[in-house]
Design a protein around this ligand. Sequence first.
Ligand SMILES: [Ca+2]
Ligand SMILES: [Ca+2]
Length: 367
Amino acid sequence: MAMSGRKKITSHTHTDADVKQAAKYERERMPQSGTPASEIIMDADAESTRTLDAVNEDTISIAIVPETVPSENLLVNSGFERDVNADGVPDNWTLYQQIGTGSLILDTTDGVKGKQCLKVTADTTASTIWAMSELFTVNQLKRYFIEAWYKCERANNADVSILIYYYRADKTTLNEMDYVITHGNGLTTWQKFSKVSTATLTTSKYGRILLGVKTPTVAPAYILFDDIICSLQRATVSSAGTVAASDSLSGTPVAVPATTWTTIATINPTDVDMEEYFVDFYLVGNVQRIVHARILDNTDSICYPRTNGVDVPVLTSFSGAYYSSKIQLPIPKDVGGHVLYLQVLTDVPITFFVDTTHWGHSPHTHS
Ligand SMILES: [Ca+2]
Ligand SMILES: [Ca+2]
């Protein structure tokens, strides 16, 4: 996990070699261009990142989920440099002859990056021939950044096609598809095309990229592909998409019975492409007491804070003249579109006023 590299950077005992190694590690984890994670971690914002890590890992040990590391390319052998079994076909890519006949081979004489690329050929003008990637896991309603380099045998042959298939949980039932480009006109020089695709159906659990030659105007025809990216979409700049929302102090007090987790505020995050979410809340109670507090992600049926799958509610002490307390709870994942409940538990009945502020954060970026 990237966290091990990040911990090394934020240590106060690291050496220059450690920092260089960790920075290299972080760069290699980000196949897309943009601000390397290492810059974010080591620049002036490092203090806030370190504080967050300390909260997550050391104080309450919230499990880090994949969504919180820099987005990675979900494709295996995305540059077509690997052919371990030396059969002339790039490993991890499969021929799919949807209509007619064609072929899928390695081209060892060209490529936009490295020494090799993929060559997909359609034999006739009726052929639709694809190279299919391995399956990768997708999350419902999340956005995926797809980018591909391609170079056509013939210019303006109306044959460039790239799409993403989304599958149901059984990995075989096609649930929805999204064309990145279809019947596109390409050139005989390397071109790049990119798109953000959304898994719109909640039942879409796996994805796969298809690179193809679709019913070319003149045939046979081939298209070269190289340096393909499909990764979870990130914000365009750090914390882009953040929408801080503040709910004014509740005019209606909420009566919380003893020994029952009770919802005292409902939160609807509207941010997009964030990696983590924060809920600040200010409670005023009519009893001087210690209470438990947590966030219930009602969409995922998971409570935060949590560690190793176990809920770890925070304790807060109400003291002072107004029996008040201010708490911040981090949620280490993208909860955009989810419904969050702020809940408290007490051993005696208490009536609360609550004021919440909440916002998303995106420390890693996607240019
Ligand atoms: Ca390559
Ligand atoms: Ca092979």
